[in-house]
Design a protein around this ligand. Sequence first.
Ligand code: AP5
Length: 210
Amino acid sequence: MKVWILMGPPGAGKGTQGDLLQERLHVRKLSTGDILRKHIQLKTPLGLQVQSLMAEGHYVSDEIVMQLVAEELKEIQGQDVLLDGVPRTVVQADALQAMGVSIAKVIYLAVDAAALVHRLTGRRLCPSCKRIYHVDTNPPRQMGYCDHCVAVELIQREDDQEVRIRTRLSLYEQETSPVLDYYRAKGMCQDVMAEGEVEDIYSRVAAIFL
Ligand code: AP5
């Protein structure tokens, strides 16, 4: 099993690029944010436990997240995996190493901080198929509705309110930037300029896989 890590601040395009990589290169995307949101949607005990924390833009505990990752990795053994949103703390990076996960490359999506708030405040999601839209840069054909699911209204994530976005960005600087430094020091990280057309960014990211 080869494991790739997609890193970048909130709004860098990890979900957008991760979905394309999964669809076209058949690498299995493992997004801790998506897994946690599914628990919230299904109102599982874990979902109820983390709901308000995530809505406010705070991190879920390392123990909970790494337990989920260990379970998922066990289930998808044998496939190449793309981690999106994890590790997010140095503790999580150490835990991944202790699990014996062999990391092929860490891909860092670099985006100017000024662009991130605009990307996140304008993001809309399909609650059914999880496709990601943006009201300006990637609008659906009929405003407010998914292009692929009949009559399904798009939603805005609770943590995509501007004040919560600011919390997430500062948490990223404090907790997740050191993870990038950790991988850089090991010579495992490759930066990708992640502004401009989604397809151009995809070509740059996919080139690292091939
Ligand atoms: P998570 O879901 O991982 O959120 P995030 O890291 O904040 O990242 P986002 O999903 O907001 O952004 P993205 O980079 O995927 O951007 P996207 O492609 O959607 O985590 C959510 C929460 O879960 C965390 O806050 C935490 O509470 C918890 N959590 C998850 N993992 C955890 C962990 N390991 N430890 C602890 N807690 C954890 O794009 C954003 C927008 O930009 C979209 O509208 C898109 O259309 C648009 N866009 C994309 N590319 C472009 C482009 N090139 N040009 C213009 N617009 C673009």
